[in-house]
Design a protein around this ligand. Sequence first.
Ligand code: PLP
Length: 400
Amino acid sequence: MPVIPPPPPSSPLPDGRSAVRPSVLQLPVSRIAEVSALGFGDPDIVTLWYGEGDLSTPDFICDAATAALKRGETFYTYKRGLPQLRQAVAHYLTDLYARPTAMDRITVTSSGMNAIMLACQAILDAGDNLAAVSPVWPNVAGAVGALGAEVRAVHLTPRQDGGWSFDLDRVIAACDARTRAVFVNSPGNPTGWVMPQRDAEDLLAFTRSRGLWLIADEVYARIVYEGRAAPSFHDLTEPEDRVIVINSFSKSWAMTGWRLGWMAAPEELTPAIDKLVEYNTSGAPAFLQEGALTAVTEGEPLVARIVEQCRQGRDILVDGLQRFPRITLARPEGAFYAFCRVDGMADSLSFAKDILHRCKVGVAPGSAFGEAGEGYLRLCFASSADKLRLALDRLTPALK
Ligand SMILES: Cc1ncc(COP(=O)(O)O)c(C=O)c1O
C-alpha cells in the first residue's frame, strides 16, 4: 500500500513571516483522501469513496473532441468559452427550466470546482464569510478558506426517517455584516437531499432582501429519480438576481476527467469573471469544449442511461444497507450517494479506515462533510450492480 509522505516543512522568511500564505497552510487535508490514500491502487478494494461512476465517457463525445484536436483546435480560445458551447448550454437550460437563460450569462469553466472558486474569488475578501448549507462537499470550505474567508455551516436537520430538512432561520442566524453569500447544493452531496421549491423561494427572498449572493451548486441537477431535473434556481430567478448557478459536465455526461463545467451569473458579475478566468486558466481547451458541445446537444440518451444505472445502484445499496439494524438511511431523491447514519459509530474517520482494512471496502467518512456529517458514512452507488453487491457482502461483518 502507498505510504502518504509527510507534508514538506515550510521554513519562515528572514523576517519571521510565513513563506506560504497561512490561510493556505491551514487548509485541511480531505478526510476522504486520508482514507483513500491507505488503499489507493489496491485492486482488491471495492471503492465507493469518490463521487464518480465507472462508465468512461462514451465514444460520441470523445470522437467530437478528437476530431476537433485533429482539425487543429489547439490554440488559445475565448476566455469565457466557445460561443457555440455557451449558446448550447443556454438552450439546454432554457429547455429544462421554467425561465429562459441567455448565453451572455454563461461562462464555461475548467470544472465545476473551478466555477466555485471563480465565484468565491469574485465576491469574497479575506475576513468575509459564506453561509453553507451543510453537510456539504468539503471543497467548498477549501475554496473559501484559501481566500482567507470563513465558511459558516448551516446544518440541515436530520429527520427520523433518515431524510433532511432545511431551516431558513438557521441561515438567517448564521449571517452577519461580513456575510457575502449563501451556498446551497441541491441535489446534495453527500445527503442526496433535494431542496423543495418552497425552501428555494424563501431562501431567494432572503438573499434578495439582504443583497447577498446565492451560490447554487446544481452539478447533480439531472441525477434525480423523479422528473427530468431537480427544482432549480433557474426556475425562479430574474436575470439580474445575485444568483450564481454552478454546473458541471462531470456527473451527467460521465466526464469527470475532462474538468469542464459552467456557471450562470448576472451581468453584474461578467467583468469580474472575465478577469478572473484570464488570471486563473485563460479558458478551457477548445477541443475539450467541442466534446462538451456534443454532450450537451446529443447527450440526452446518455443522461437517461446514467440516471437508470444510478437508480439501480441506489436501490441495491439502500435495500442492502437498510437490512442492517445499525443503519438509518432514507432512499435519496437525488445525486448518487447513500449517506447513512451508523448507530454506535463514534468516529467515522476511524470507522472508515477500519472498514478498509477489515472489509476491503472504501467509503467516505461522514466527518469529511463537516461537523453535521459525523456519525455517518457516504457510499457512492454510481457503480455496477455486481460491485455494489460485493461491497454489501463484505460490509456485513462491520455493520451487522
Ligand atoms: C457538490 C459538488 N459540487 C461540485 C463538484 C465539482 O465537480 P467537477 O469539479 O468534477 O466539475 C462536485 C464533485 O464531486 C460536487 O460533488
